[in-house]
Design a protein. Structure first.
Length: 81
């Protein structure tokens, strides 16, 4: 392995998106939820929905989907005003 390749691999490991505390549920994605949320300028509400939808199969299952329901109800009331 060349020094350049080794350096690039070490640098890739140190990227914040390659470090996850408390599990690996976001590491399954090519684009992590925070990056998708940020690049698309999503609101806090939209970001929460994206986060829970993305991780439910790898973390808390139905519980993560259940967390979206109150968020949707709140948002629905806000939009109706």
């Amino acid at each position: 392995m060349t020094d350049v390749k080794m350096f690039k691999e070490l640098m890739a490991k140190d990227k914040p998106q390659n470090i996850q505390v408390g599990g690996s549920h976001y590491m399954y994605f090519d684009i992590q939820p925070y990056e998708f949320i940020s690049r698309n300028n999503l609101s806090f509400f939209q970001g929460c929905v994206v986060k829970y939808v993305c991780r439910y199969m790898h973390k808390n299952g139905i519980e993560d989907l259940d967390k979206i329901i109150p968020l949707l109800r709140i948002r629905k009331k806000e939009v109706k005003r």
